[in-house]
Design a protein. Structure first.
Length: 280
C-alpha cells in the first residue's frame, strides 16, 4: 500500500479559480438544508436488484472492498485507534464506532462490521436501505445498523459521535460538497478520521470513467457526471480550511475493468483515496 504525507505547496495554497469556484458553488446551495440530489438517488435506487451481484454491473464495488478496508484499517492503526492486540485480527475494529455515509446496499458497511466495527450505514435511498437491511439478516451481526436518512439529517442528533467516517465513491455524486463534508466532519469526534475515495477531475478520469467505462458497460450509463468530480487539492482545501481537518495521506487508485482489479498507484490522475483527521 502506497502511503505518503501530502503537503500543499505554496502555489496550491493560494486562492485560485478552481478553489474559489467549488467553494462558491457549494455555499450558494444552502448546504445546511440539502446535500441530496434527487436524480442521483433515483439513479442508484434503480440498481437495487443487482447491488449484491458480485458479477453484475456493480462488481467493481465488490472488488474494491479489500483495498478500501485495508486503507481504513491502516489509517486507524497509524492514528493508534486500533488496540495492539487486535491489529491483523478479525477484531481489528473492535469498539470503533464508524459511520458509512452513502452506504447504498451495504457492500462496504458489512465488510467493516465483520471486523467487529460498530457500523451505522446511512443513505437517502429507501430502496437501497431496504436491500442493505435484508442482506444484513444473513450476517447476523448486531454491530450493524442502517438508517434511511441524509448526512444533514443524521448530524442533528449525532454530533461528534463517531471515531471514523467513511464516504466511498459518493462525493462525485454530490453537488454541494462543502455542505456534505461539513456535516460529515461535524459527526466526527475530535481526532476522528474521515476516509474518502473519489475520482479526480482530469482528462484521464473522463476517458477512463465516462468514455471507456460507460461505452463498454463497465459502469452503468449515466452513473457519473464528470463535472461533479473533485481534484485532490480542491478537496484538501475544503477539509483543511473550512472543516478544520489535517490531511494525513492521499493515495492514487487504479482500476482495471478487464480484470476487475483495483490497485494502489503513485498517480492520482484517475482516482484517489484521502485520509483526514478532525482537529482536536
Amino acid at each position: 500500500m502506497i502511503m505518503f504525507k501530502f503537503k500543499m505547496n505554496p502555489i496550491a495554497k493560494k486562492t485560485n479559480i478552481a478553489n474559489f469556484y467549488i467553494i462558491f458553488r457549494s455555499l450558494t446551495q444552502n448546504y445546511v438544508k440539502e446535500t441530496v440530489n434527487a436524480h442521483e438517488v433515483e439513479h442508484h435506487s434503480n440498481m437495487k436488484d443487482y447491488w449484491w451481484n458480485n458479477n453484475g454491473p456493480l462488481n467493481a464495488l465488490h472488488s474494491f472492498n479489500p483495498l478500501r478496508v485495508s486503507f481504513i484499517i491502516n489509517g486507524l492503526t497509524n492514528m493508534k485507534k486500533i488496540e495492539t492486540k487486535n491489529i491483523g485480527t478479525r477484531q481489528s475494529l473492535e469498539n470503533i464506532k464508524i459511520l458509512d455515509v452513502g452506504c447504498g446496499g451495504g457492500v462496504l458497511t458489512e465488510a467493516l462490521a465483520r471486523l467487529d466495527g460498530h457500523v451505522t450505514g446511512i443513505d437517502p435511498s429507501k430502496e437501497l436501505i431496504t436491500i442493505a437491511n435484508d442482506h444484513s439478516m444473513f450476517l447476523r451481526n448486531k454491530n450493524i445498523k442502517y438508517l434511511n436518512e441524509s448526512i444533514e439529517e443524521h448530524v442533528i442528533s449525532n454530533p461528534e459521535s463517531y471515531d471514523a467516517i467513511v464516504t466511498s465513491e459518493v462525493l462525485e455524486h454530490v453537488s454541494n460538497k462543502y455542505g456534505f463534508l461539513t456535516n460529515c466532519v461535524d459527526c466526527l469526534k475530535p481526532g476522528g478520521s474521515l476516509f474518502i475515495t473519489t475520482p479526480n477531475r482530469t482528462m484521464f478520469s473522463w476517458l477512463s470513467v465516462k468514455v471507456i467505462g460507460e461505452t463498454f458497460n463497465f459502469i452503468p450509463k449515466g452513473t457519473h457526471e464528470w463535472e461533479k468530480f473533485i481534484c485532490p487539492h480542491e478537496l484538501q482545501s475544503i477539509l483543511e480550511i473550512n472543516c478544520k481537518c489535517d490531511t494525513i495521506s492521499i493515495n492514487g487508485l487504479s482500476y482495471n475493468p478487464f480484470t476487475n482489479r483495483w490497485s494502489w498507484t503513485d498517480s492520482t490522475d484517475i482516482s484517489y483515496a484521502i485520509h483526514a483527521v478532525k482537529s482536536t
